[in-house]
Ligand binder design. Structure first.
Ligand SMILES: Nc1ncnc2c1ncn2[C@@H]1O[C@H](COP(=O)(O)OP(=O)(O)O)[C@@H](O)[C@H]1O
Ligand SMILES: Cc1ncc(COP(=O)(O)O)c(N)n1
Length: 456
């Protein structure tokens, strides 16, 4: 009766709650609404008290409407009387009256302040800076200024690393802030260093500086990720490392949307995880097809086969984004085909390397299989309508193992212009002749092989 589920869970579902006190960025790149997305992907239920509405896009801020302090108070009270808030991130907060509200209501909470004095286009996001220093800063556990903000608040210009140490100490001492984190996104050099100082000393993390255009929201995202990680692990040093890692990936996959500085991509990690799950499902579908087609053995060479399958090409960075069967696809003595599960990512097989080379060359390919060389098979591919190309392995220069697949793709691409779906060679001393066949998706791979097998 009632539910169709076999098992009705008795467990109540809960999630820790984090709060953001911030402005709203209508372009959804940096404000409280982005904080909510960061909380969400990191497993926190985010609640949001709004201080101001900015008319904002990737091109900058056109206007600001400030929320009156009474209404900010109402929002925070409403949230606090209901939720058990574990930590609070404070972003844009505009007037001294608003600071008083926070001071009054959030005295006993773990506060992380991101002192967003100015937006990227120079618009002030905290108007009463002197009162911010007096009213907000002495209450916070963590402050996360960039070097420009840290210089402005401390009055000491940061030009080199030793200045960072001085400013960290000054901020800690002046406002009694246990953790000062100074972010180095605006400095120069091959690495972007962020510094954390607490009573144990200075701790710095450097990540490769990315040549990225779409960096709107880095600061807000960093402070919110730090708050979320702190809620989960209660260790600020570790939370700092995790938040920094999160920001790096978000910048790496920054979104080229809008005409200005696009938002960083905060959901990319969970998106990649779900794409990998889909890839595994598709590999299973392929395995069923291969094991149940009684002619599939015709395609398997002496060295056996494998199928490489990637997530969406634009998300592929390295072999970790490409799946293969750990035990390959093998033809048994009795012509039975066995797929060697499990599906694994990051296995440096020939098929995975060749697929990666294709993708890095800009091809919209997600599947690649190596197939036994046979004239008839090549002819059948042509009859189905695929372009084919023969390469001569004798032309391959001497370069260590592991470079061949990349060489084939480079060679075909430069000699031929494009990269046909069927690339074959007739072998060379000690190397078996082989066909490599790639397709845009799994649907096409299965359909093409099914048609091919009917013709053979
Ligand atoms: N081009 C970049 N490459 C790598 N990391 C960056 C880059 N720009 C900013 N970051 C990182 O993003 C975070 C935010 O830094 P920053 O840009 O200084 O703050 P804000 O957005 O407040 O100005 C820091 O962790 C910083 O190291
Ligand atoms: C409402 C609002 N809050 C904060 C920022 C700062 O942006 P960033 O995180 O890029 O420094 C912003 N532009 N708008």
């Amino acid at each position: 009766m009632g539910s169709s589920r076999e098992y009705e869970s008795e467990k109540t579902m809960i999630k820790p709650v984090g709060m953001s006190i911030a402005g709203l960025d209508t372009g959804n790149g940096a404000g409280g609404e982005t904080d909510l997305r960061v909380f969400e992907v990191l497993g926190i239920h985010g609640v949001f008290a709004i201080t101001a509405i900015t008319a904002q896009s990737t091109k900058g801020i056109k206007d600001i409407t400030v929320v009156n302090p009474e209404f900010l108070k109402k929002q925070i009270e409403t949230l606090l009387e209901d939720f058990k808030v574990e930590a609070v991130k404070i972003g844009m907060i505009y007037t001294k009256e608003q600071f008083q509200v926070v001071n009054e209501l959030l005295n006993d909470y773990f506060l992380v302040a991101d002192p967003v004095l100015y937006a990227k286009d120079g618009t002030p996001l905290i108007r009463d800076i002197e009162e911010y220093k007096k009213i907000i800063l002495p209450k916070v556990k963590v402050i996360t200024p960039n070097i420009i903000e840290a210089s402005a608040i401390s009055g000491v210009k940061i030009e080199k690393e030793s200045d960072v140490v001085i400013v960290c100490k000054k901020l800690r001492d002046s406002y009694n802030i246990p953790y000062v984190i100074i972010k180095g996104g605006h400095s120069k050099g091959d690495y972007s260093f962020d510094y954390m100082c607490n009573d144990e000393g200075l701790y710095k993390i450097g990540y490769k500086r990315l040549q990225a255009k779409d960096t709107h929201g880095t600061g807000s995202v960093f402070a919110t990720a730090l708050t979320a990680e702190y809620i989960k692990i209660r260790d600020l040093k570790l939370a700092f490392r995790k938040a920094r890692d999160f920001v790096q990936t978000s910048i790496e996959y920054g979104l080229n949307i809008g005409k200005g500085i696009g938002p960083v991509n905060v959901s990319v990690e969970i998106m990649k995880k779900s794409m990998k799950y889909e890839a595994v499902e598709e590999m299973r579908r392929f395995a069923d097809f291969a094991e149940n087609n009684d002619r599939f053995w015709i395609l398997i060479p002496e060295v056996q086969s494998n199928l490489a399958h990637s997530i969406k090409p634009e998300y592929v960075r390295d072999l970790n984004d490409i799946a293969t069967f750990r035990g390959r696809i093998i033809r048994r003595w009795d012509k039975k085909v066995i797929v060697g599960h499990p599906v694994v990512f990051g296995n440096p097989t020939h098929t995975a390397r060749m697929l990666l080379s294709l993708i890095l060359k800009g091809k919209d390919s997600t599947c690649l299989m190596n197939i036994r060389y046979d004239d008839k098979i090549v002819e059948s591919f042509k009859r189905i309508g695929y372009e084919t190309i023969e390469i001569n392995r004798e032309l391959e220069p001497a370069h260590g193992e592991g470079k061949t697949m990349q060489w084939i793709i480079e060679y075909v691409s430069s000699e031929y212009g494009g990269i046909p779906n069927v690339i074959y060679d007739k072998g060379t001393k000690g190397k078996e002749a082989m066909i490599r066949f790639w397709t845009k998706n799994m649907e096409e791979m299965i359909e093409a092989l099914d048609n091919l097998l009917k013709m053979l």
